[in-house]
Design a binder for this molecule. Sequence first.
Ligand code: CO8
Length: 281
Amino acid sequence: ILLKMLARVCSRHVYGSVRQMSNISNVETIIDSQSGIATVKMSQPPVNSLDKNLLTSITDTFKNLEKDSSISGVLLTSKFDGRVFSSGLNITDMFQQSDGHLAEFWSCVQEWYLTLYGFGKPLVSAINGHSPAGGCAMALMSDYRVMEKQKSIGLNETQLGIVAPFFFADLMIATVGRRIAEIGLNMGKLYSSEEALTIGLVDEVTDLESVVPNATKTLLKLTKIPQPAYKLSKQVQRNSPMETLRNDRAGDVALFVNIIQTSNVQAAIGGYLKALKQKKK
Ligand code: CO8
């Protein structure tokens, strides 16, 4: 009987957003009912590349957690401990696709950004592996970042022959300041964890074993701040880029589709994908 009761309590607290969307379990959510901390673990093999399914699962999970009054804060991390936090947007979703596919994909990217950056509760990233491009942007949507040592992070889009959208660039500028962001964005720089700490792209760098404990420690501190004030403070600082996007989502989608369908951009993405595959050999 006790086990049954426990199972009932636990199942109440596991959001199967993926189960609602599809049969693939690509996001695990574990709730500590005592502290109200939810750990959201991206679990899409092999590298948490953000395709439509994973973007939607993450977005839905955060929407549910926002609504749930028993949740005090969220820790975002990856199942692929010591390897990769997220490899960024799924490149194959941008290669040789129809306009319709690209538009749908980008709409999911917009919703994911608006949901995570607009999240009204404390959100800390435990970056337990590499975190390029969209992976870096996702970490920048949180309020505090703890990263594993000797990994890489940055908005490296120009190295793929594409450009970070304005709302990714804004995340970088808001975190490290305009000049450092400009250098990083134009050069498509991937920083080591240690360099990222120096420029303020992440807040702490530590051994893999300490990434989640340290992130949790800070998250608990953030949950103790009077929450209406915490939420409002985030809103005041973040509202402007989100409003810009909300006011013209269709225009932003059209811009994305136009850029991606340019023949030299397609050639660059194709070349990058090929190089990724060849790296293995
Ligand atoms: N999308 C799709 N597939 C990917 C991606 C990705 N982002 N990253 C890796 N993969 C694939 C690899 O090709 C490989 O496939 P396969 O097994 O079929 O050969 C598989 O995932 C495993 O990858 P690795 O063997 O490389 O795994 P490692 O653990 O050795 O390395 C890394 C992990 C470091 C994350 C490495 O995979 C990597 O560097 N990936 C590329 C990361 C990257 O540059 N991402 C950029 C994405 S673009 C983006 O996020 C923003 C775009 C904004 C567009 C705006 C336009 C206007």
